[in-house]
Design a protein around this ligand. Structure first.
Ligand code: HEM
Length: 381
């Protein structure tokens, strides 16, 4: 091999890495002398994505928190990020200074779900789509399909008889079937298998690096995304979601359909899986939940109400939904003496907060009443 090439390659790589760091330093200083939060940014562009995905994410984040504290920087999925893991910082980003941080997602997700999906917008368009999505999922709207959802649940339970199952995978199948039914009604039967096949390929690429080269996960997912748009492009399918089209284009409806499946599926499947696990491990809680639901049925029988769940009932049953989210700094922001540069992603690490021994005396214990803890109330004052 050419000697000059052998010499130049490492030299060029070092120059590139140096320029990248100088660039990050330049965009982050922006005329102010605040330091960036502690932490490491890993390799150029790739950052620490492989470290994150090659191990349990809990371990990745917990070891960073241990080393750098509750605010640290990293670089994942092509984006420089600031991770925060204290309730005060989460409140700063999501509540008190919410205007300084806009909702955002990694580029791979935006390109796969579709740029017209609700998550990537603010303002009038966001308000309009939010109203339409909410309307499609109000108890009033889904009331009529409850018996069909019950059928899906019973079929799932039956198919698990005598089998060793992976609960999360089975819950994903269940929630996908419910999502298709809720969005398309009975029309979905015609397209179900094709929708499933494409969506399953698509979701594999949600957290991939956005490198659109043949053979990459991202490339395969983008191909499946195109096919999915073609299937959705049947007027009967698009029309059935959100009632009338309300002035939205086919692209806007298709992106929001894929967006809603994305929002509803893994989240609900994950919540159901945790419910099964913790109810199984905590007979006392299982007993309390059973009694609670039986009381709801009894009170309905007494008042002669229909045995369909209302929104008020649902609120009694679901104690709390834990959330995590991405934000992006819309300008340079100072937090606790550190600079969060404009354009950087900010991720509140709710899992770390919810497992912090400083807030919860026994953080690993399953305790549905943990969010009544007075410390949380103090923070909210
Ligand atoms: C246990 C289940 C669920 C969890 C944990 C969950 C969690 C979340 C979180 C964390 C966000 C982002 C909030 C933010 O960044 O401020 C979100 C947004 C959203 N979710 Fe869910 N979700 C669940 C179920 C669902 C379901 C079933 C649907 C659809 C029927 C849905 C539709 C949406 C939509 C449309 C948004 C965007 C809202 C907006 O931008 O205004 N989610 N969800």
């Amino acid at each position: 091999m050419d000697f000059t090439f052998l010499f130049l390659l490492p030299f060029a790589s070092i120059c590139f890495i140096l320029c990248f760091y100088l660039f990050l330093k330049f965009i982050s200083s922006n005329g102010r002398n605040l330091p960036l939060p502690p932490g490491t940014l890993g390799w150029p562009y790739i950052g620490e994505t492989f470290e994150l995905y090659s191990q349990n994410p809990n371990v990745f984040f917990a070891s960073k928190v241990k080393r750098y504290g509750s605010i640290f920087k990293t670089h994942i999925l092509g984006c420089p990020c600031v991770m925060i893991s204290s309730p005060e910082a989460a409140k700063f980003v999501l509540v008190t200074r919410a205007h300084l941080f806009k909702p955002t997602f990694p580029a791979s997700k935006e390109r796969m779900i579709g740029k017209q999906a609700i998550f990537f917008h603010q303002g009038d368009y966001h308000t309009k789509v939010r109203k339409l999505v909410l309307r499609a999922f109000l108890p009033e709207a889904i009331k009529n399909i409850i018996p069909d959802i019950e059928c899906i649940a019973k079929d799932s339970l039956q198919s698990w008889q005598g089998r060793l199952i992976n609960t999360y995978q089975e819950m994903k199948i269940y929630t996908f079937n419910v999502a298709l039914l809720s969005i398309f009604g009975k029309d979905e039967v015609l397209y179900r298998e094709d929708l499933k096949r494409c969506y399953y390929i698509l979701e594999k690429g949600y957290n991939s690096m956005p490198i659109n080269l043949p053979g990459t996960l991202f490339h395969k997912s983008m191909k499946a995304r195109k096919e999915l748009a073609q299937i959705l492009d049947h007027n009967d399918l698009l029309g059935s979601f959100m009632g009338a089209k309300e002035g939205l284009t086919d692209e806007q409806i298709a992106d929001n359909i894929i967006g809603v499946i994305f929002a509803a599926r893994d989240t609900t499947a994950s919540a159901l899986t945790w419910i099964v696990k913790y109810l199984g491990e905590n007979p006392g809680v299982l007993q309390a939940v059973t009694e609670e639901q039986e009381a709801i049925i009894k009170s309905k029988e007494k008042s002669g109400e229909e045995e369909v769940l209302s929104w008020a009932d649902t609120k009694k049953i679901v104690a709390s939904i834990l959330s995590f989210t991405f934000r992006e700094a819309v300008e340079d922001v100072e937090y606790e003496g550190y600079l969060i540069p404009k354009g950087w992603k900010v991720l509140p690490l709710f899992r770390n907060i919810h497992h912090s021994p400083e807030i919860f005396p026994d953080p690993e214990k399953f305790d549905p009443s943990r969010f009544e803890v007075t410390k949380i109330n103090k923070i909210n004052k």
